[in-house]
Design a binder for this molecule. Structure first.
Ligand code: SOE
Length: 379
């Protein structure tokens, strides 16, 4: 008989929907998964809305208080799909109740929360994973494989830009993402933390950064009270340089103000034997050049990363039948459930989440000072 694992999720909006979809898909497409998830309960404060979400997204029931959810004896795994200010209290309470945890990025609003969360999950001995979902794009996995096999040689440069246009309209009402109290940080904490995690995954640890953060749109209308405005007290754009432990150098650009860029999460890696280029808006593709190709045919090749040999791909469709953004969540939950089965926390662990947060804070500290700042990785 297939083993099952009972899941409770906090949050039913954007991330709650993406995670719910993944729990619904995972066992159907990855039948070897260690546990079939049972979607026990979804939690949100608005009873009418959360009841509707339970029906729409496929949960057996609902709760309106996350404290009740994390205390339930029939729940094994707590999924945190809510804004960043709730990650710390929910994760701490969940771990204290012995639940495994799947936490949306960023791990926390700041390092003191991240340290506490790490300490509590360690003490509880539970599996606790951060959902840096872009690690689980098959093309990103292929990039990692090529680097690990030495096919790109010594890495010299990491160059990335995570650009969105979501904040470009100044009349768009303020949300929790533009408020430090709820989000901790702006474009750096929301988008930058993704590319910091990708850089750590592909290149390795960052030893120092220098950069600047800025806020172009400082006031925004308040939804439902359009004659009033709220103050944006986090950045909406940032640039920084980085040094890596392996000697590589890197540049990072993140913004919410890039008209025409919908979800342009892109990187380029240059090594002594080749280069790799990736762009999430073409997530089934990886552009690669190898220096040892004969000169007359040397150039970027565009690999369609849909072969059965590519990581996660054989679970889905025949070669050439592309996958999408939502599949990255299913891949993460597949790895998480297998990690719970084997007792090993899959990356990104809470240590990875803490280290990414340390870089976010180093970027913020360096802003405008012109100084190079070393991330404080202390746990
Ligand atoms: C912001 O617009 C956002 O939704 C991020 O919060 C997500 O982490 C990213 O994957 C897509 O963009």
């Amino acid at each position: 008989m297939q083993k099952t694992l009972n899941v409770g999720i906090v949050g039913y909006k954007f991330m709650g929907r993406a995670h719910s979809n993944a729990y619904r898909q995972v066992a159907a497409f990855f039948p070897d998964v260690a546990f079939h998830p049972v979607m026990k309960a979804i939690c949100g404060r608005d009873e009418e809305a959360v009841r509707a979400a339970a029906t729409q997204l496929g949960w057996e029931g609902y709760e309106t208080d996350w404290r009740k959810l994390v205390a339930r004896d029939d729940i094994d795994l707590i999924d945190i799909s809510t804004p960043s200010d709730t990650h710390n209290p929910v994760a701490v309470a969940a771990a204290e109740h012995g639940k495994h945890i799947f936490c949306e990025k960023p791990l926390a609003r700041d390092m003191s929360e991240a340290r506490r969360m790490l300490a509590v999950v360690r003490q509880a001995g539970v599996i606790a994973m951060v959902n840096f979902n872009y690690r689980r794009v098959p093309a990103v996995q292929l990039a990692k494989q090529l680097i690990d096999e030495g096919r790109i040689g010594q890495i010299y440069h990491w160059r990335c830009a995570y650009l969105q246009e979501g904040g470009a309209d100044p009349q768009r009402p303020i949300t929790w993402r533009q408020q430090k109290e709820h989000a901790g940080s702006g474009a750096v904490g929301d988008l930058g933390v993704h590319v910091i995690d990708l850089a750590r995954f592909l290149i390795g640890d960052i030893t120092a950064v220098t950069g600047l953060t800025t806020t172009f749109i400082k006031q925004r209308p308040i939804a439902g009270a359009e004659d009033q405005t709220g103050t944006v007290d986090v950045d909406d754009a940032a640039l920084w340089l980085a040094r890596f432990a392996n000697g590589a150098i890197g540049s990072f650009e993140v913004t919410k103000l890039a008209r025409g860029r919908r979800n342009y999460n892109s990187f380029e890696i240059n090594g002594s034997k080749g280069s790799i280029v990736f762009n999430l808006e073409r997530l089934n593709e990886l552009n690669v050049v190898f220096a040892d190709d004969p000169p007359e045919i040397r150039g970027f090749r565009n690999i369609l990363v849909t072969d059965r040999s590519h990581k996660y791909v054989s679970a889905w469709w025949p070669a050439g039948h592309i996958i999408g953004w939502e599949h990255t969540f299913t891949h993460g939950i597949y790895d998480l459930l297998n990690g719970i089965g084997s007792g090993t926390t899959p990356a990104a662990t809470f240590v990875d989440g803490l280290r990414a947060q340390a870089v976010v804070e180093a970027v913020e500290r360096s802003s405008g000072s012109g100084s190079w700042i070393e991330p404080d990785y202390s746990e």
